[in-house]
Design a protein around this ligand. Structure first.
Ligand code: 6PG
Length: 244
């Protein structure tokens, strides 16, 4: 099936958040209409905060939140109430403000040994999607680091080589800590992928990623090639300033 890549340029990070919220709502309504549920994998880091806050403020009553199922694309191996926790960030900006049943929220449990956490999360995913899904998340949200990483797929790390695993745990020298991450083959099963990139620091790397040579060990986000479904890059003027 043809995969379509869209690049949407907006003036400011807030406009990126507004349009991504519209994508989120449209995807949620379509999934719930079609299958009675909406599964979303949240991105961590700073960029998506505005999106999550906007969803909480503006779309509390526009989505049947009780039919939403929340997952994460990656996690730092810290307690779930730690300031660096992606789970905590999404809970504070969004989940605490909308009515998603607790048993629909699937954080990567970081209290175990990282390898055990990875195995357990893969079990959670298998329980939800089955053992051989042709598609997974209705919407996958991703960010991009200024080194071209996404989720916790960092350049030149062993996590990039995973083919069979859906979730891997690895120590990331650059992040000075253990990370849990969904693997590229599993991420590529999402029905829709939305990548949020804002800020001047991302501009040169984004140009390399989108129009430079294919170098997925150095630029891991280039491994994100959905098997089916669309990928949309939502970019602000600063991050898109080298794309011309
Ligand atoms: C994380 C994220 C990571 C993030 C990029 C961009 O755990 O940090 O999952 O992949 O999306 O590092 O981060 P910023 O949005 O903070 O620039």
């Amino acid at each position: 099936m043809r995969v379509t890549r869209h690049i949407e340029l907006y003036a400011t990070p807030f406009e990126v958040a507004e349009h991504c919220a519209e994508h989120f709502v449209t995807a949620a309504k379509a999934a719930i209409d079609a299958r009675g549920r909406f599964s979303v994998a949240f991105a961590g880091g700073a960029t998506p905060r505005l999106l999550y806050e906007h969803l909480a403020e503006r779309y509390q009553n526009e989505i049947e939140w009780e039919k939403v199922f929340a997952f994460w694309g990656d996690e730092r191996c810290v307690p779930l109430d730690h300031p660096d926790s992606n789970y905590r960030m999404v809970r504070e900006t969004l989940l605490d403000h909308v009515v998603i049943p607790t048993f629909h929220i699937f954080p990567m449990m970081t209290s175990d040994d990282p390898q055990r956490s990875a195995v357990n999360y893969e079990g959670t995913l298998r329980e939800f999607f089955g053992d051989a899904p042709s598609t997974t998340f209705d919407l996958l949200l991703l960010g991009m680091g200024d080194d071209g990483h996404t989720a916790s797929l960092f350049p030149h790390t062993s996590a990039l080589q995973a083919q069979q695993e859906w979730v891997v745990a690895h120590f990331v020298d650059k992040a000075k800590g253990w990370r849990l991450t969904l693997t590229a083959p599993f991420l590529n099963l999402a029905r829709q992928t939305l990548v949020l990139v804002t800020g001047k620091t991302k501009a040169e790397r984004l140009k390399e990623v989108l129009s430079g040579e294919y170098d997925p060990n150095r630029l891991p986000i280039q491994r994100i090639i959905p098997i089916q479904g669309d990928i949309t890059w939502a970019v602000d003027r600063a991050a898109g300033s080298a794309l011309h």
